[in-house]
Design a protein around this ligand. Structure first.
Ligand code: B12
Length: 301
């Protein structure tokens, strides 16, 4: 382990508003079968360490929105980390490369060829996998974005792993999921998850399913999680929370009335930049807005 490099990297992380950073070894992680071809050394044979980063996104929201009147986008999508934590880790990658090391960022665009960030974050002692299948950290809850850099620099340290901490008998997240995507033990049924579902041309369950007011991705299972309860009401004051507040998203732009009459040009200009890189086609956006509008119209409370 190189102490000077570790300190330099921690400082760069702070400048990029990263809340937590850890350094673990690049050995294989479990379950080996599921991650065959996606182990750190499959991606970089000389890999020695993985740098794991965490940014709290509990303060990323459309706070003053009224769910009956406004459409929503998930916190992860709005945070800009849909494609994983690529931007905030750039300076660390440049630093490693300028010191003669290799460095590869875990990027969602390489989904089948990149490491599982939940697995490495669990091994870095940053949290445990909750019943919604997401990683929960006791301080930040599950509204977090994870990032990872695979490198041949030897930086690894050993951390204590966190015990599983879902309250006994709690299944609020599983019950809340409108499509029952997370009912199997810690395994997400991808085609049913609203994050995937709202991107699909063909919806895998009946259109009457109440998808709440989300037209892109979804936070339903996380909103009911006891670990996120306080964050939903009063997010932690972090640099990123402050940064997001300064963007002040206009509620009116997201009223169903406005979303439903948005032309393709307006959609491309006003909404697509909020997905940060991903482009939900206009026809699917329109379908999702009308599904969300119908869901909210038929809700009793
Ligand atoms: C592909 C992908 C998806 C796919 C799902 C594919 C799938 N079946 O997992 C879709 C598009 C549906 C999706 C949805 C969402 N995603 Co996503 N996704 C990814 C991505 C790019 C790869 C995940 C992957 O490889 N999946 C394949 C499966 C086999 O691996 P896995 O999910 O990593 O791990 C599973 C098992 O191995 C096991 N596991 C892993 N580690 C450990 C450790 C222990 C001890 C145990 C017991 C089990 C265990 O649990 C997991 C669940 O089955 C990651 C980023 C990354 N590079 O990791 C983000 C990522 C997992 N997604 C993330 C998020 C936030 C979401 C959404 C909430 C977005 C949204 N708001 O709608 C939803 C999730 C809803 C939910 N209930 O889980 C975050 C998770 C943060 C967190 N707190 O854990 C990540 C890490 C992205 C990021 N930048 O932070 N996602």
């Amino acid at each position: 382990m190189n102490n000077n490099m570790t300190e330099d990297i921690k400082n760069l992380a702070k400048e990029s508003l990263i809340d937590e950073i850890r350094f673990i070894d690049a050995n294989e992680y479990e379950p080996k079968e599921i991650f065959r071809g996606r182990q750190p050394k499959d991606i970089m044979p000389e890999a020695k360490s993985i740098i794991v980063t965490l940014i709290y996104i509990g303060g990323v929201d459309m706070m003053d929105f009224d769910d009956k009147r406004h459409g929503r986008i998930s916190k992860l999508a709005l945070s800009g980390f849909y494609a994983n934590m690529v931007k905030p880790t750039e300076s660390i990658v440049d630093y490693l490369k300028s010191n003669g090391y290799k460095a590869i960022v875990a990027d969602e665009e390489l989904e089948d060829e990149t490491i599982s960030l939940k697995s490495v974050a669990v091994r870095a002692g940053l949290g445990f996998i909750g019943k919604h299948t997401l990683m929960i950290n006791k301080k930040y809850g599950s509204f977090i974005a994870l990032g990872g850099i695979i490198t041949d620099a030897d930086l690894s340290q050993v951390y204590e792993m966190q015990p599983v901490g879902c309250p006994e008998g709690c299944d609020l997240c599983q019950k809340a999921c409108p499509t029952r995507a997370n009912n199997k033990d810690l395994n997400l049924n991808r085609s049913l998850c609203i994050a995937d579902y709202l991107e699909s041309q063909v919806i895998p369950v009946k259109e009457e399913v109440d998808i709440s007011n989300y037209f892109y991705e979804c936070d339903i299972c996380q909103m009911v999680c006891p670990y996120n309860k306080n964050h939903a009401k009063e997010p932690l004051d972090t640099p990123y929370t402050r940064f997001f507040k300064s963007l002040a998203l206009s509620a009116e732009k997201f009223s169903f009335e406005n979303l439903m009459k948005m032309s393709e040009e307006e959609y491309m200009e006003e909404v697509v930049p909020l997905y940060y890189g991903f482009e939900l086609p206009y026809d699917i956006f329109r379908r999702n807005v009308s599904l969300a509008y119908e869901s909210m119209k038929h809700r009793k409370k």
